[in-house]
Ligand binder design. Sequence first.
Ligand code: ATP
Length: 306
Amino acid sequence: MTAVIKTIRLTKAYGDQIAVDNLQMNVNQGQIYGFLGQNGAGKTTTIRMLLGLIKPTQGQIEIFGENLLEKQRDILKRIGSIVEFSGFYENLTARENLLIHAKLKGVHKKNAVEEALEIAGLQAETKKRVGQFSLGMKQRLGIARAILHHPELLILDEPTNGLDPIGIKEIRRLIKSLAEERKITILISSHILTEVEQLADHIGIIHQGKLLEEISFNELRKRNRKYLEFQVSDESKAAMLMEKHFAIFDYEVHDEGNIRVYSHIGEQSKLNKLFVEHGIDVFKITTSEDRLEDYFIKLIGGGTVG
Ligand code: ATP
């Protein structure tokens, strides 16, 4: 696994207020990394530091294995981003805007603008001026601009903010295709859990400037799987009975007579009967109700995410 972004105790304070607090973030090559947090959690501040727009108060940033402060120019050439303002000329078309940007950025590859327009689904908009674009189109144009120079890493700060469901879907599709076809590593921030869940394969959760969790969605789903939990007098015997009578193998034995069954949810009475008939005392049966959303709310201590 090659690290693309690594922050070491990254901290940013504005006077007394600590906006980003000892952040240890790891984004690896090929990931779509969802950076999730409520408004004011510290996402934009982190992203601005990653892009060299503001300086950390403390800590370090390594991108592509190099120190950002030492190699900023070289590193930034390999990154594309959308942060805050679009900065397009509203009276020009998408193509004209991109041609100007390509010139400014020193992108001389002949087809770069056409290619970017096509990827963003804007190649047919030959006449419309950017001032007449929907917000979704503007965001797609922003992404087209961000990929003009073929970056290896794309950093997108809340790219779906303010978009309608169709606009969100289009951005999602675009981001996925950039990751899959162009193999670009993508960091995308959002305050909406379901959005991150549909897009990202890894997630970092930031709350009050601190990174509370960094995990793959696969791992997270596994951890949040629904289960039936029995508290019994003899967990080994209970496990043996489940295997023998119902071919249940997807279970885990925990301490103090707890056994978690990940299949056959809703069949607790059948299992209860089996145990009791074979002389096992059943003290308690519980069903986990944890959904991903509850997990996040628990994690951030009661606040709501998305
Ligand atoms: P949002 O989605 O609302 O932008 P965010 O997660 O991106 O939220 P940040 O913008 O990084 O959060 O802000 C983190 C904290 O730092 C907030 O409490 C914010 O008020 C504070 N902050 C951000 N920029 C500044 C600044 N220039 N001066 C003082 N405080 C700031």
